[in-house]
Structure formats: C-alpha cells, structure tokens
Design a protein around this ligand. Structure first.
Ligand code: PLP
Length: 402
C-alpha cells in the first residue's frame, strides 16, 4: 500500500492530513537519501578534487537530468536549482523582468495569484515603469480564456499565471495561454507550485517560457526548488544574487564574466541534500506509476466534493475544482475557529487567505478553509472528516478558546 511508504502516516495513524497543498509528506526513500548524504557522503560539490566530491557532484548533476526528463525540458541547462518556487518566481521577475522590461510594458496576471508570484512583479514594475494588469476573473473566482484574450495586446510582454490556483484549485489551459501570448510576442511564466505534484507536466507541449516549482510539494524536501526556463531566455536573464560558483572570472575593476545557465543562477553552496532528495522523490513517483496515483487523487477529490456538497452548513467555493483542492466555509463560523475544532479531532487543514489576498476580495470573504488531498489519503479519512464537519457548531469551536 502506498501509505506504508510514508513514515509520517505510519507513525501517526490517527492523524488526518488534508493540508497537502501546503506541503506533502516524504516517502522513506527520500528521507533515507538525505540521511545517507549526512551519514556517509557529506561533501561540497563542484569544488573538491577527491573521489567523494566527484561522486556527489555527479549525483547532484544527475538530478538535473531526472528533473529534465520529468518535465520534458530540452536540456539540463534549462534546469536551475533554487530554494523553492518563491525563489524561482523571483528569479524570473528580477532576472528576466528587470533586464527586459521598459516603461509602459504590461505584465499580465490574474487576481488569484499567490503572493510569491505577484509581489516580485510589483517591485519590477516600480523599477522599470512597466504596468501590472489583471485578467478579470469570473464571479466564482475561476479563470476565463475569453477574458484573457480580451486582456492581451501588443503591449503585454509577460504573462505570469499559476497553473493551478492554490485557493480554488482550477486548472488553467496553459497550452492555449502560451499560444495566444506568443502570438503577441509575450513570454509566459508559469507558477507550477500547485500543479507539479498533481498533473503530468510537459514544458515542451505547454510551450511555456519559464516554470517554477518547489520540491516539498512534490514529496521531496523543503528549501529546494526548480526554475525551468527556455535556454535563450535564461541566457538573456541576469541572476538576482551573486557569489561563488556562478562566475568564470572578475577583476578589481568590477569586470565580471558569468558562467552560462544554470550555474550563473546558483551562487554559493547548493542545498545538496535537498537536490538529491528531490531526485529521489521524482524517482519514487516514477517507480510508483505517478499517472495512476494522479487518477486515485482525482477519484478521492470527486468523492470529497460529493460528500461535502451534501452538508447544509457548508459554503463550497469550488464545486467544479479539477485539482485536489477543496475550499469552503462553515456558515456563520470564522474559518480559523473551524480549523481549531478540526485540530481537536486530529485533522489538519488550512484556513485564512492562503497568500492570495486579492482573491479574497473577489470572493468577498475574510478567509476560507482549504482541504487538499494527496494520493496517500483514503476514503475512510474523508468519511471521518465529513462526520466531524456535520456536527460542528460555533459553541463547539469556541469551547477551548473562551
Ligand atoms: C501557487 C503557489 N505559488 C507559490 C508558492 C510558494 O511556494 P514556496 O513557499 O515553496 O516557495 C505556493 C506555496 O504555497 C503556492 O501555493
């Protein structure tokens, strides 16, 4: 059983973990890989002239190939290791945006973006005079291709969108977005933080220019992520931080010659164990038929939606979610109070604005509860969750608080 491969699940049998959009649990293999690095293979990479350093440097570089194959990139030089999706998204904004945008250019995005996707562009707009425009969302917060088409013009130079909204779970048709954006000469930067662990990603098929994600939402470790970029675009971008390992030479007049991508973006000692863990996480998914796991997740989500829709006390924000994110409120009870109550029943979900503060205004809510499913969840957990939710009242929520 897939659950048995996750120590967090084995060691916490009564815990119901429905916060997989925040982070996922790690399979034993990933933990073992990191442990192995610290117990038998600790070294720095690409610096030491000894066998151990060569061996781990090769393993580290091999993870680039594992990631390349996983997302179907053309070359390993298009795979940059970062500290996570936020760092990748910042690299696109500061690296590509600051270098290539000018006054009056439009950065087109949506009102449902995560702050890690939108805030770097705020700064770029301030510095370059570029303008941020939002594609209007539908009343229910969903994305509309028609509105996207209407928002496009020759002035749009960057389209920055999440593949899956981290609040409403809607999947955007990126292939269509890329085709339309490219016909106007704009580049497409996709925040794949919520899709990488739930959809088979093919950057060539989607024809995206940049794609960002974190390992920790892909059953890998925290503090490591990936920026994919088409090679010529990475080459026309500058790093947003500088240091050892990223340059060929520099002198006391300030002349600096950087290495080519990906190394120019990877100054300083990398998160070596994190990258090795990411590689093992992807291998784990490949070994366990990732596409079948995705189908199981979809089936669980459908069941979740079916069951939660039967409850009269629930306001469901995304009944048509096509990912594994389910967002709701209990009528008349503040979202966080419900989460505190659920916690007493050993259930982990998230409440609040989910780092998408503009969307909260569109949905006219002060916060929502988000349950997010993984393939390692079970129908019986959903049943227990629904039973608890059925009986929730304001008095019960406030019992411990007042
Ligand atoms: C849609 C989206 N983008 C970006 C991020 C940022 O990811 P990280 O915190 O791993 O950098 C998240 C994290 O929740 C997210 O959901």
């Amino acid at each position: 059983m897939i659950r048995d491969k996750f120590p967090m699940l084995k060691n916490n049998p009564s815990l119901i973990y429905f916060d997989n959009a925040a982070t996922t649990f790690k399979p034993q293999e990933v933990i073992a890989k990191i442990n192995e690095f610290y117990t038998n293979s600790t070294t720095n990479i690409n610096r030491g002239d000894y066998d151990l350093s060569y061996k781990i440097s090769n393993e580290f570089e091999n993870v680039r190939e594992i990631v390349r194959t996983f997302i179907n990139a053309t070359s390993v030089n298009e795979i940059v290791f970062t500290s996570g999706a936020s760092a990748s998204l910042n690299t696109v904004a500061y690296g590509y945006g600051l270098t290539n945008l000018k006054k009056g250019d439009i950065i087109l995005t949506s009102e449902s973006e995560h702050s890690s996707s939108i805030l770097p562009w705020f700064r770029v707009a301030d510095s370059t005079g570029a303008i941020i425009k939002y594609i209007p969302l539908e009343k229910d917060g969903s994305f509309s291709i028609e509105n996207f088409k209407k928002s496009m013009s020759d002035k749009v130079k960057v389209v920055a969108l999440a593949h899956i909204s981290n609040v409403l779970g809607y999947i955007i048709d990126i292939k269509q977005i890329s085709s339309i954006a490219h016909s106007y000469g704009a580049i497409v930067s996709i925040d794949a933080a919520q899709s990488i662990g739930h959809i088979k990603i093919d950057v060539k098929d989607m024809d995206v220019d940049f794609l960002s994600f974190s390992a920790h939402k892909l059953y890998g470790p925290s503090g490591v992520g990936v920026l994919y970029g088409k090679y010529h675009l990475l080459e026309s971008s500058n790093p947003y931080f500088y240091g050892g390992g990223s340059n060929i030479t520099y002198d006391n007049c300030g002349n600096l010659k950087l290495k080519n991508s990906p190394y120019k973006f990877e100054s300083g000692t990398s998160n070596i164990e994190g990258v090795l863990g990411l590689g093992r996480a992807i291998e784990f998914l490949n070994e366990n038929d990732f596409e079948k796991l995705i189908l199981k997740e979809k089936e669980l989500t459908r069941y979740f939606i079916q069951e939660i829709s039967k409850l009269d006390n629930v306001i469901l924000y995304n009944p048509k979610t096509d990912s594994s994110i389910i967002t709701f409120n209990i009528k008349g009870i503040f979202a966080q109070d419900v989460c505190v109550y659920l916690n007493r029943h050993n259930i982990c979900v998230r409440s609040g604005l989910h780092c998408a503060k503009i969307l909260a205004k569109v949905l006219e809510t002060e916060g929502t509860i988000r349950a997010s499913i993984s393939f390692y969840n079970e129908k019986s957990e959903i049943d227990r969750f629904i039973e608890v939710l059925k009986n929730v009242t304001l008095d019960k929520c406030l019992e411990d608080i007042l």
